[in-house]
Design a protein around this ligand. Structure first.
Ligand code: SF4
Ligand code: FES
Length: 361
């Protein structure tokens, strides 16, 4: 899978710092791997601080402090300060559970720039059921109030699937009430735990069509008050997304134990070799790690991508989705209507089961 790196290499803009896989919630669509990193394997504070400095030197502008639940790290304030001191824009991606008001004040003092909180539904009971954690909804609301009180911009991440996709309007109303400047209508992407629960999460075509119309109406109604980001969910789309902005072009993920991945699901692709920040600098990894060079450029592409005029825009879609749905990570993402596997998506959206979720535990 190794290929010579393109010259000159693009500079990464974003770093997803998966500080820990520990999380109080158990969402059935979690994008973390099915096999989670153990606490004793997590990078220590000093190593993360070095990674942040190396990321800034490499050109990274923004760090997403994520997990799991990043606040499960006792040193989250020190880590935030380290990222801030490195000159990075710091975005905390949190479940909202485990960030009491004194702790949030310390995060604000440490230089936190932005907070992204996920909500599971507009109603407490349903939200807590989806999160697999009683009381999560109330704690998210409390955290959002703290964020606004400190004058920090807030984005609400509304993760949509069959059980809540008909509540988009109420979820946008909730985001407005919480004081968010932006809401992401984020349809579940079927990697990790979501792939395991796909038949229980998949919305119907009618639901997706209603959701698209609802988002359009809400954008018009709330223009200037809140930004509503939304795209058509993958399995119902005709063209793929430029996943992670193109493999090895825009971003890096560092796992809790220090492996550096081109995307959060890259470990599902057999044969890729990931280097670790314990043994290599981030610049060395960005430039030379075999996993980063595996799908850079166009040499790895097959037809129809190889000669497609869109290959420089979407880079053939998502490698992990191509693997999951065709068994070949080099294939065109089957979301593309030109893929010979595209019709398989129409079959998969009909595979729906109303059983209990397989929660991330
Ligand atoms: Fe993108 Fe490949 Fe489809 Fe062309 S054929 S639109 S490059 S996924
Ligand atoms: Fe891995 Fe899209 S999630 S390339």
């Amino acid at each position: 899978m190794d290929a010579a790196p393109q010259t000159p290499l693009p500079r990464p803009l974003g770093l997803l710092a998966e500080l820990t896989h520990r999380c109080p919630l158990a969402c059935p669509y979690c994008s973390n791997p099915l096999r989670l990193d153990a606490r004793e394997d997590e990078l220590d504070t000093e190593t993360w601080a070095r990674v942040f400095r190396e990321a800034a030197a490499l050109g990274v502008l923004q760090v997403h402090l994520s997990g799991g639940e990043p606040a499960a790290r006792r040193d989250i304030v020190e880590l935030t300060a380290a990222a801030h001191d490195a000159g990075l824009y710091t975005n905390l991606i949190t479940s909202g559970v485990g960030v009491a008001s004194e702790r949030f004040a310390a995060l604000s003092d440490a230089g936190l720039d932005h907070v992204q909180v996920s909500i599971q539904d507009s109603e407490p009971e349903s939200a807590d059921r989806i999160a697999g954690y009683r009381g999560a909804f109330a704690r998210k609301n409390a955290l959002a109030a703290e964020v606004i009180r400190h004058g920090i911009p807030l984005t609400v991440n509304a993760v949509m699937h069959r059980a809540n996709i008909d509540h988009i309007e109420a979820m946008v109303d909730l985001a407005l009430a919480l004081g968010a400047g932006r809401v992401e209508i984020a349809h579940v992407q079927y990697y990790g735990w979501a792939l395991k629960n796909r038949d229980r999460l998949m919305p119907t075509r009618e639901q997706v069509e209603r959701a698209v119309a609802t988002v359009e109406a809400l954008r018009a109604r709330h223009h200037g008050r809140i930004v509503i980001d939304a795209v058509v969910p993958d399995y119902y789309a005709r063209l793929p997304k430029a996943c992670v902005g193109g493999w090895g072009r825009r971003s890096l993920n560092v796992t809790p134990s220090g492996k550096v991945l081109p995307c959060h699901a890259a470990e599902t692709i057999p044969g890729l070799v990931f280097w670790n920040v314990r043994a290599h600098s981030l610049a060395d990894i960005w430039q030379n790690a075999p996993a980063f060079n595996a799908f850079r450029g166009e040499d790895w592409m097959q037809e129809p991508c190889r000669t497609c005029p869109k290959r420089g825009e979407d880079f053939g879609g998502c490698r992990c989705q191509a693997l999951a749905l065709t068994g070949d990570a080099r294939a065109a993402d089957p979301v593309c209507h030109l893929s010979p596997h595209h019709s398989r998506l129409a079959e998969l959206v009909l595979e729906r089961e109303d059983a209990a979720y397989d929660y991330r535990r």
